[in-house]
Design a binder for this molecule. Structure first.
Ligand code: IMP
Length: 193
């Protein structure tokens, strides 16, 4: 059985990815299985760069093929930011609601409604040799924050051709269209073909 390291400390992501990998003849390891506590600084300017920093780090530490992901939201009215700073941007506000209000105000003021989520997965298989798998979901910023499912920016994002926010969709429905699942599907197709 081939071993593969998923460079993440996010328990929910590890559970989600484990479920997908169960079906395949791959032994998926996480950082805690290998007692890795150090993490590199995510100093990249793009999702691809940050994902590569993490997957290279994991491969260099263990010699095991390693993949890592990096995601975020890009909002037209904020000049397509916060991007790689999505987590830090949300944490700057006193609550998620305060952040959502600010995004909605800027969207209405500039009359620029578009937004997208993007995930980049980097797979490092050999010294300094990596592959990138991208997933993107396009949509727009809602007029008000709505919904209780999901996490992060889900309550203010309406996917293209939908009239609900991502936080109003069930996890199953979200997973059918999400940026993360698109990128993971590409990774799985590569690994199993
Ligand atoms: P990460 O790189 O996947 O940990 O994502 C960084 C940040 O982007 C998260 O903390 C969220 O704020 C935001 N984000 C990424 N994916 C999603 C999503 O599917 N829904 C809502 N927010 C997301």
């Amino acid at each position: 059985m081939r071993q593969l390291l998923f460079f993440s400390n996010n328990k929910n992501k590890i559970i989600e990815i484990n479920k997908i990998f169960n079906k395949f003849n791959l032994e998926l390891l996480s950082l805690s299985d290998l007692n890795i506590i150090e993490e590199p600084e995510e100093s990249g300017q793009t999702f691809e760069e940050n994902a590569k920093i993490k997957s290279d780090f994991g491969f260099n530490k263990t010699g095991i093929p390693c993949f890592a992901d990096d995601s975020g939201i890009c909002i037209e009215s904020l000049n397509w930011k916060p991007g790689v700073f999505s987590k830090r941007f949300l944490n700057k506000f006193k609550s998620n609601e305060a952040c959502f209000d600010s995004i909605i105000k800027s969207t209405e003021k500039n009359n620029k409604k578009n937004a997208y989520f993007k995930t980049s997965i980097s797979l490092t298989v050999k010294d300094n040799q990596n592959l990138i798998f991208n997933g993107k979901i396009e949509g727009k910023i809602s007029k008000q924050a709505k919904g209780k499912f999901g996490f992060g920016y889900d309550p203010v994002f309406i996917p293209k051709n939908y009239n609900k926010t991502l936080a109003e969709l069930s996890t199953k429905e979200k997973n059918e269209i999400s940026h993360r699942s698109i990128a993971v599907t590409k990774l799985i197709n590569f690994l199993t073909n």
